[in-house]
Design a protein around this ligand. Sequence first.
Ligand code: HEC
Length: 201
Amino acid sequence: MTTHDKTNKEYDDQTQIKYIGGHDYDGIRELDNRLPPWLKYLFYLSIVFAAGYLMLVFVFKDDSILQELEYKKEMAALQQVEEQQKEAAPVVVKERSREDILAAGQETFTKICSVCHGKFAEGLVGPNMADEYWIHGGSFEDMKRVVLEGVIEKGMISYKNQLSNRQIDDVLIYIQSLQGTNPPNAKAAEGDKYVPEATAE
Ligand code: HEC
């Protein structure tokens, strides 16, 4: 025999089992057991925790919880470390030796320029670049302008897109180092004699 109390709970007098009234699904009935204490206290604890957590986030704005503040704090710390490092170790610009520059320049020259200017810059299709005579001027800037812009109608293309600025500088320094080397089979001088300013006086 079952009795109903005022909250619609059912109580089986024989088995002393409590049911939730009306929760009967194809004979499967929902029991009205008390929560085990550990679960109940865990539940109360989670409420207390949530209250504390909300206080930290919205009232005290604790930066160990708010990612944004934590991020700012970390970045500030990083910046400080970086500044300290900068002071401790001044930036060392790695100097390339003249040998390195000439070697790199020679590589480019042999690979690209020698086809027209000769293996020793003695001149072939292109003019001799081991002598003092230059069609477009013999200063570094003059040479660089020719390499960057090209003299397309004469067959000297622009190397602006093929070589990096450093590669161009290297190859021109290499070419300058060939001045006065009198290579064999030198092509006849073309253009005007160029005298570097330092020795022009
Ligand atoms: C396809 C052939 C060809 C190649 C490859 C070539 N050149 Fe030239 N270069 C020429 C010709 C031709 C001229 C002469 C242009 C003129 O008569 O105005 C010239 C002129 C020059 C001049 C000016 C010389 C002067 O007397 O004023 C420089 C500097 C020069 N080349 C550098 C280079 C460099 C550096 C390279 C390699 C990155 C190179 N050239 C590759 C054909 C070439």
